[in-house]
Design a protein around this ligand. Structure first.
Ligand SMILES: [Fe+2]
Ligand SMILES: [Fe+2]
Length: 218
């Protein structure tokens, strides 16, 4: 079972699309193909840079592609419902049980609140997911009615997650336009996520740093 086969699976793509439709109705930022593809690419970058196998990279990309399908059930506990959905989908596709187990664990642990980076795949998924902040995720076209998530995402002009040459440090570098969102806004909604990122980085032997407008913050 390859990432490409998963990515071309119409059933899976229907669930991703419908899950995102629910989030759109709830006023959430974009969680559709752009998000899950971006997360898959970032998770691949992390594991490839840190010397993980091609197999691990394939597994993390599949986990990333499926990680938010649980929003189809409900936003609350979407990591757990998504893990259960992924189990059924991948079991039906006769994927190897070892690989299903890794993917289910990573999806079930990707959300702040109750997620724990229990292994390298889960850790890479957390770092890739939590660092996807960008203006193009905002769907609310009425700036006057932006909520804090809209403000924070809209304020981000540039975002990149980068591992240093020594493979000791992973930095989330953000360039934000403070006309839309303040650094304080960012911390209000992202502190918990950044703490989870720090734990995830530690799981794969990295320190985590957050840099906003060239200021090192954590
Ligand atoms: Fe999620
Ligand atoms: Fe996500």
């Amino acid at each position: 079972m390859t990432f490409e086969e998963i990515r071309r699976n119409e059933t899976i793509n229907t669930y991703i699309r419908k899950a995102d439709e629910s989030l759109k109705a709830l006023g959430f930022t974009e969680h559709s193909f752009a998000h899950v593809t971006h997360v898959a690419e970032t998770a691949e970058y992390i594991l490839r840079t840190m010397g993980y196998s091609e197999h691990d990279i394939e597994i993390v990309k599949i986990a990333a592609y499926l990680h938010d399908i649980g929003n189809l059930v409900n936003r609350v506990d979407h990591s757990q419902s998504g893990a259960t959905m992924a189990f059924r989908i991948l079991d039906n596709l006769q994927m190897d049980p070892e690989d299903i187990a890794t993917i289910v664990t990573a999806i079930g642990n990707h959300d702040e609140g109750n997620g724990v980076p229990v292994n390298a795949i889960a850790a890479a998924l957390i770092l890739a997911d939590k660092s996807d902040v960008r203006r193009s995720r905002v769907r609310n076209e009425d700036i006057a009615n932006f909520d804090i998530h809209d403000r924070v995402n809209y304020s981000v002009e540039k975002s990149r997650l980068i591992i240093n040459e020594d493979h000791t440090l992973i930095t989330l570098e953000l360039k934000i336009d403070t006309n839309y969102g303040s650094v304080m806004d960012y911390f209000e909604i992202f502190l918990e996520r950044m703490i989870l990122c720090r734990k995830a980085a530690e799981m794969i032997g990295l320190h985590f740093k957050l840099n906003i407008n060239d200021q090192p913050l954590i």
